[in-house]
Design a protein around this ligand. Structure first.
Ligand code: 2P0
Length: 320
């Protein structure tokens, strides 16, 4: 009744922002992401009848803040009348800072919990369960370039193109390692209720998804770069126009955007994207990785630079 799984975070190229059903945590829009290879979260779930309550330890520290969401995730996967669980998590990158740690955490949790309870759920079922805990987590069940589509009452997720077919690199410029001021879930609700741009965000998303999907299939970097930066800035415009305004960027985020623009104007194949946090993610061709890394490392306000190739979906490491 113990299993360990590993999952990598994913970075959205075409973003999920807003929910159509808050009870089942269903997104209001489809999204497209890339699953990373080198950043990961491991979750070890032990279902144990001797425990009086669930217990979560993240990187060897007790974590009460995230426990209710993890417990609810276990209820979804194993059932409410389950045994209590000891959950030990290891994450090799900063948590809760806009690096999609919730995606890798919940993707790994559903795989580990399912195996620990002896269930044989399909990847599609596990993706749907992960999405109930965190919308972006459904995408981390799959590798490479991944699309999440809305279906009636659920989501369906698939790999559009394997990462090794088009081995892009993701360079993450970390500009702050603290937790974010407003959770994405809360911020999405503020946007839905108050942003004057929210309805046009929903309306235009299918067009961006079509362009990005085609660009990925054709491996057309310029086309992908254009639609991804546009989609990212549009999502942040929705946030900025919300009341209260939601601004996740800091001055270093803007410096990094300028660095990426300078690189592109001097011939590098690179574009940026920014999620619910101040980190900038630069996506580039393999041949430009070194140059992008060096330029972002030298950008004012950048505290760390991580890089990753594209990787596989969540998987079971061991079960007993
Ligand atoms: C994304 N983000 O597509 C977008 C872009 C942040 C900006 O999905 O409320 O943690 O748990 O379903 O998945 C972050 O939100 O939100 C996110 P919940 P989640 O990656």
């Amino acid at each position: 009744m113990r299993a360990t799984a590993r999952a990598q975070p994913n970075i959205a190229l075409i973003k999920y922002w807003g929910k159509r059903d808050r009870v089942n945590n269903l997104p209001a829009v489809g999204s497209i992401s890339v699953t990373l290879a080198d950043l990961y979260t491991e979750m070890c779930v032990s279902l144990d009848e001797t425990l009086a309550s669930d217990r979560l330890v993240v990187n060897e520290l007790e974590n009460a803040a995230m426990l209710p969401r993890i417990s609810a995730c276990l209820d979804n996967v194993v059932g409410r009348s389950r045994r209590h669980a000891q959950i030990d998590s290891r994450c090799n990158f900063p948590v809760a800072a806009g690096l999609a740690s919730s995606a890798s955490s919940f993707a790994a949790t559903v795989v580990a919990a399912s195996a620990a309870s002896g269930s044989t759920s399909s990847t599609a079922e596990l993706a749907s369960l992960a999405g109930r805990s965190s919308g972006s987590a459904a995408r981390s069940l799959y590798g490479g370039f991944v699309e999440l589509r809305n279906t009636p009452g659920d989501v369906s997720v698939e790999t559009i193109l394997d990462g090794d077919q088009w081995p892009l690199k993701v360079i993450i410029a970390v500009t702050s390692e603290g937790p974010k001021p407003v959770s994405s879930g809360e911020a999405m609700e503020i946007s839905r209720k108050t942003s004057p741009f929210y309805s046009s965000w929903l309306e235009n998303q299918p067009d961006d998804l079509d362009v990005a999907r085609a660009a990925i299939r054709e491996q057309d970097f310029e086309k992908l770069a254009g639609v991804c930066e546009h989609n990212c800035l549009k999502m942040h415009s929705v946030m900025w126009a919300s009341r209260p305004a939601i601004v996740y960027w800091n001055s270093a985020t803007l410096n990094c955007m300028q660095t990426v623009r300078d690189l592109r104007s001097t011939g590098s194949a690179v574009f940026f994207t920014i999620d619910a946090g101040p980190q900038l993610k630069a996506i580039c061709l393999e041949s430009d990785e070194q140059r992008v890394r060096e330029a972002l490392s030298a950008t004012t306000g950048v505290v760390d630079v991580l890089s990753s190739g594209l990787g596989d979906g969540a998987r079971l490491l061991e079960s007993a």
